[in-house]
Ligand binder design. Structure first.
Ligand SMILES: NC(=O)c1ccc[n+]([C@@H]2O[C@H](COP(=O)([O-])OP(=O)(O)OC[C@H]3O[C@@H](n4cnc5c(N)ncnc54)[C@H](O)[C@@H]3O)[C@@H](O)[C@H]2O)c1
Length: 316
């Protein structure tokens, strides 16, 4: 017999997304699946989106992961709708938002999560691998946000200012850089900046926008980082994707009121607020520099400033 929603909730956890309608992109597997199930356990109705593509974005035989996750939600006693839209197309993103409105009559939270990898050193990176990765992540965040925000703006203008939420998915690769992932790092850095802009632009419509940089065991990481990602024989399975979802549910719920324009790292039991680019040391001549003067000036600035975060995969 399927568990009732109250039986399936996290032990002791109040259902902080009760009554909300949540769209999760790329929710057929990995982190997106964990987020969709966590929202359902927290009381939300969920639109489970997944195009069902391979790890590199290529079409694959298994094109039904979204339907399987929707079935899992229903087995928990929750409500789910399926979307197989490509979120990186205007038509797909618009249809995704319409699916939430047509099926459930409202939209409260958008979780942008879908994506794939095409890792290569820059010198070997094909133009197509650049375009595909920038498209799915960066455009795949912009378009669903644009269409969801258009709905929320209409609501706000009609006097129904929502408690709407967007949770975006950046990456450590975007915040610090990652060797062999130039396309992915650039897209994920773009998502961090896009989050800051969207948080400002959407604030008048009652929309908060935050991003996370997750780390978890999924098909994206289980081979490359096999040792770090492995599940222990017993005890806390630190790298399970389900450990990232509580922060996503919190940021996607009304409980996070006032928290916007922030980027968090989420891994295992750790939540870390990331602090982005800010001015460090400065030299001001009060006039135009001669290039020959700048060697001393620039070395002085570097000496006075903290070491930057290390690029993932950097030598030495
Ligand atoms: N796993 C990690 O440790 C980690 C670390 C940093 C960032 N991320 C990010 O987290 C997100 C989820 O990754 P994951 O590890 O769960 O990977 P995953 O491959 O398990 O899941 C991604 C899902 O997105 C879907 N998808 C791809 N393109 C799509 C499109 N155009 N439209 C709709 N769905 C599409 C895929 O079919 C897949 O099911 C990604 O944005 C990834 O870059 C993951």
């Amino acid at each position: 017999m399927p568990a009732t929603p109250s039986e399936s909730r996290a032990p002791g956890g109040p259902r902080i997304a009760e009554g909300r309608v949540v769209v999760v992109t790329g929710a057929g597997r990995g982190l997106g699946r964990a987020h969709a199930l966590a929202f359902a356990r927290a009381g939300a109705r969920v639109v489970v989106n997944d195009l069902g593509v391979g790890l590199d974005g290529s079409a694959e035989a298994d094109d039904a992961p979204a339907a399987l996750v929707a079935d899992e939600i229903r087995a928990l006693g929750g409500e789910a709708a399926v979307s197989t839209d490509d979120i990186a197309t205007g038509e797909g993103a618009a249809h995704l938002v319409r699916t939430a409105l047509d099926r459930f009559g409202r939209l409260d939270t958008l979780v942008n999560n879908a994506g794939f990898l095409r890792d290569r050193m820059l010198v070997n990176l094909d133009e197509d691998d650049w375009d595909a990765v920038i498209r799915v992540h960066l455009k795949g965040h912009f378009l669903p946000m644009k269409h969801a925000a258009a709905h929320w703006r209409t609501e706000a203008k009609a006097g129904r200012v929502p408690e709407a939420r967007v949770v975006n998915t950046s990456s450590g690769a975007g915040l610090a850089g990652s060797v062999g992932q130039g396309n992915y790092s650039a897209a994920k850095a773009g998502i961090a900046a896009l989050t800051l802009v969207a948080a400002e632009e959407f604030a008048p419509y009652g929309v908060q926008v935050n991003a996370l940089a997750p780390a978890a065991r999924t098909r994206m990481t289980e081979r490359t980082f096999a040792e770090d990602m492995a599940a222990p024989d017993d005890g806390f399975d630190a790298m399970a994707p389900d450990n990232v979802s509580p922060l996503v549910v919190y940021l996607g719920s009304a409980a996070s009121h006032g928290i916007t324009g922030r980027v968090f790292e989420a891994e295992a039991g750790r939540v870390t607020l990331m602090d982005g680019w800010r001015r460090a040391a400065q030299a001001d001549k009060g006039a135009r520099w001669d290039p020959s003067e700048l060697d001393m000036a620039v070395r002085g600035l570097v000496a006075k400033s903290p070491e930057p975060e290390r690029v993932y995969g950097a030598r030495g």
